[in-house]
Ligand binder design. Sequence first.
Ligand code: NAD
Ligand code: ISE
Length: 335
Amino acid sequence: MDLKVGVIGTGAIGQDHIKRITTKLKGVRVMAVSDVNTETAKQVAKKYDAVFFENGKDLIASDEVQAVLIASIDTTHEEYIIEALKYGKYVFCEKPLSNKADSSKRIVDAEIRGGKKLIQLGYMRRYDAGYRQLKDVIASRKLGEPLMVHCAHRNMNLPESYTTPMSIENTAVHEIDVLRWILGEDYVSAQVLMPKKSRNSHSRLHDPQIVILKTTSGIYIDIELFATCQYGYEIKCEICCENGTASLPEPSYPAIRANGTNAFRIPADWKERFADAYDVELQHWIDAVNEGRVDGPTAWDGYVVSRITEACSKAREKGDIIRIDMEAYPQFYSL
Ligand code: NAD
Ligand code: ISE
């Protein structure tokens, strides 16, 4: 029997996920969709033969929906996750768990109170082949201990609704999660540097920004966040170890020699760059839920990221280095 999924949020990634579920993935069917932009949601419902719900909470309550995929904006995740937990329904929630740490903590507390892990979080880089290779190299310790990490996260351009705090709360969250997973360490301090503002930023966005994190063993990580780089979507990560370095592989495209140049394509956006990772991630969720469980990034992982982004925001506001004291890992999440 196919897993009957209801999707809340039919914007960019909501539609991308609905398409992949319908055309590529196995053991699943999109039964229902909802969005406050009712016009788009109705069109999507018609296109994919799903039921349109005016209200996301009614979609969650529906007997026709066994599991909920949340792809609405960051500030709405808590409300929908808590509602799905009330019905004991499995959830796949796009990153971040929430844009604020106290909100993420309420989600963790609600899941623990319910007594069963029901949430998988959309940190898809953990399913990207390149990041998995990087994790294996570091874990083998063939290069010795990791010491420093240099990252860049560049978007061609982001909409006017994308503001200064979102560089961290919406974008740097990917590096914060995936490096914690690769290095197997938590973070102890955060700092944010604000370089000269690009004229391609707008009045509510200071772009670019640089985040500097320190891990428990003393590894320093710098993350360049450049939301208006103009030329494409580019993700870089180089881990410098005692006896060598390991870098994230570039996406593979043919070399085109023409007009006196030798050129490679640069992906346009996250949809293109991480298409395979999204496929693997969602199939993983579907297969696990069909077996009555979830694994992958947890609500706790999401809460940890929120605590770090909170420290980064404070660091940016105060122009200071902020210490991070993380609570102990709840046993609930190690089961
Ligand atoms: P988007 O703006 O294209 O779509 C968001 C949708 O949410 C819109 O259609 C909007 O109408 C809807 N919405 C707003 N308030 C709502 C509410 N109260 N109830 C229901 N729907 C509501 O944004 P997007 O790029 O599709 O991002 C959606 C989510 O996915 C965000 O949380 C974002 O951080 C995440 N995302 C993740 C990745 C990734 O790489 N994993 C990539 C893009 C976006
Ligand atoms: C977007 O929400 C994503 O998650 C993308 O992966 C990221 O690159 C982009 O900066 C975010 O806005």
